[in-house]
Design a protein around this ligand. Sequence first.
Ligand code: ZN
Length: 141
Amino acid sequence: MPGSLRLTRAQLAVVLEHARACAPEEACGVLAGDKNGSVRHVFTMNNSAGSSTFYLMDSREQFRVFDQIEKEGLELVAIFHSHPHSPAFPSGRDTELAFYTDSLYLIVSLMDNKSDCRVFKIVDGKVEEVEMIIVDRQQTE
Ligand SMILES: [Zn+2]
């Protein structure tokens, strides 16, 4: 699992825009990229739970996205979702359902009309924050 998440400003803007577009429901999606945590592709996805307190990726859409990530030779770097009304910290349910132990989890809080973003490792019920690095452009490998 990458030790940090490296996103470009433009990629972060896509994530924030999706979060705002889905509000008051939670938004979700996947960030794919390199093993070191550099994001190359943002996949915005539907929250098939249609809920303001939790999210569920549509299984068919998820299958398509994971297939495309593999075709592009990328890795799953992070799963993102939004918290329209709560802080950017994993809920009990988020911690319980963090099945992708190789993936980071990016949470965007829209609480108080702000957009607060934090990134976590969630393994075996343990939550650890990791650094999010915002860059103008990704380095080429
Ligand atoms: Zn959550």
